[in-house]
Design a binder for this molecule. Sequence first.
Ligand code: GTP
Ligand code: SPV
Ligand code: MN
Length: 603
Amino acid sequence: MSIDFSNWSNHKNLQNWILEMKNLCKPESVHLCDGSKQEFDTFCKRLEDEGVFKRLNPEKRPGSFWCVSDSNDVARVEDRTFICSEKEVDAGPTNHWCDPKEMKQTLLKVFDGCMEGREMYVIPFCMGPIGSKLSIIGVEITDSLYVAVNMFIMTRMGQKALEFLGQSGEFVPCMHSVGVPLEKGEKGPSWPCQPTDKKYIVHFPQEKSIWSYGSGYGGNALLGKKCLALRIASVLAKENGWLAEHMLILGLTSPEGEKKYIAASFPSACGKTNLAMITPTLPGWKVDCVGDDIAWMKFGKDGKLYAINPENGYFGVAPGTSMQSNPNAMKTIAKNTIFTNVALTDDGDVWWEGMTKETPEHLLSWTNKSWDKGSQEKAAHPNSRFTTPAKQCPIVSQEMDNPEGVPISAIIFGGRRASLEPLVYEAFDWNHGTFLGAALSSEMTAAAKGTIGKLRHDPFAMLPFCGYNMGDYFKHWIEMGQQSDASNLPKIFHVNWFIKDENEKFIWPGFGENSRILKWIFQRCDHKIESLDTPLGKCPKVEDLDLNGLNLSKETLEKLFHIDKSGWEEEIKGIEEYFSKFKDHLPNEIKDQLENLRKRLNQ
Ligand code: GTP
Ligand code: SPV
Ligand code: MN
């Protein structure tokens, strides 16, 4: 069987690669995607006919679908994620490494015949605006229709990406299979996948390629996202002097009409989508959303750091999303959205914990079982998600398609910390800010397989996403700071929305009220207000924080900014021990920052 590439692409390397992969995977047929609406609709219809998708009630949620995954395929699998650099040291102590030749052998074995009885879809896609110098093209080959329709929403895919690629442009080859071939006529499971220990999420940073096997879920399978836009892109960024980061990008406009762009890095399921789409409670302040998960940033000729969002949609956490917490997300997902692992209502709509005050009496849970109100089990999986077009967001930024990106004035780091880290502080300078990113810890969430709530170091919220030695990544950040002068560099901040009281209750209201912190950050960017030096960094003066109408008690306010000296001494020991992993890859600048923090605390 040959493939007819006419009317699709005359890129010879691309054609050869597709033929090679077809020979390896042995699919029954090959579909070259054009990215048209018609193709998307046909794919969704096919998923519906196969019983994978259930069309939601069109009066409630037009153009939308519900589906559930295998209960063993619900999140990223970090233990099965590999960085196969030539040398082990280049993957560093935080990544799983395997010799690239050995891994290739393994992959060639598992991919051999893995698509028998299935169709192979070829998905050309562009990460970043079409035509932007910052954009990167990938081509994903997959045997999952679910992946194809998700890529349709999440990336700029099809003909437009191929045109941009041209006859000889470079692309990142992204191989994906669920790893479940079919006998002739066999239907197979509705969510085919392999058990965890047979999954492989593999990156070859030298040849810049991706191979993913055995999972159909999220970042494991939508290869443009974490695999390309973070792990491979972080390597490209290091090689070429830019940054690929796990960050949202928002535009913040003051009541006076002045606008600044802010990028913020929080670990998975720690509030990026929510902050990116925030509805400020402070009168007159406006936000628009450039991106909710990934930022690529490069210095412009003017010395400012410019950011683009390489994605075209949101793959957002469903639980906790409501008209109270994130009305803009709720409006975005009102139509044309794919819901995975949420619950289904009796009238054909979706539901999840935290969506409404009243829990429905009866649902079909994410495990496809009848579910009654009061059940001990969760109706939606904690990592259930929506896949939705960015353009549907009521506050989507006009700048999303700007090939130059937006100038970043502030960078925020934050984690989920029940105590110790105060509500907000500012770094003394770029190197100190880099240290704040490097020293980030956060409680684990359901976004990855692992123990929920366990505190772990997650430098720059990039622990699962850095494609090379994390120590070298710290160095790269230090060096980036030397590419421009201090007046042009973004100011760096640290926030923590997740401080709890003795009863495990959050003491900061969060969500829209985080606009109060954004306002302080905005004003600090032009030094319109002063700050208070503390051992940790520059804290707000109480009178500069706009807490109007919040009714925070004095005790709560004290707790939000309390610096627990002995707690910090313990923290420093922990950071020091963690940093020792990086041996001589830990930059001296970062070591110095840790020493400075220790000294400031002891003064
Ligand atoms: P990924 O898509 O996994 O990268 O996650 P994310 O960083 O975009 O996190 P998201 O905004 O989806 O939030 C994850 C969870 O944190 C949701 O359940 C939110 O309700 C909750 N959350 C977000 N912001 C806040 C906040 O300010 N305060 C509190 N208490 N919870 C928040
Ligand atoms: C994350 O885990 O940070 C996500 C979801 O954004 S996934 O795409 O599955 O990685
Ligand atoms: Mn993420």
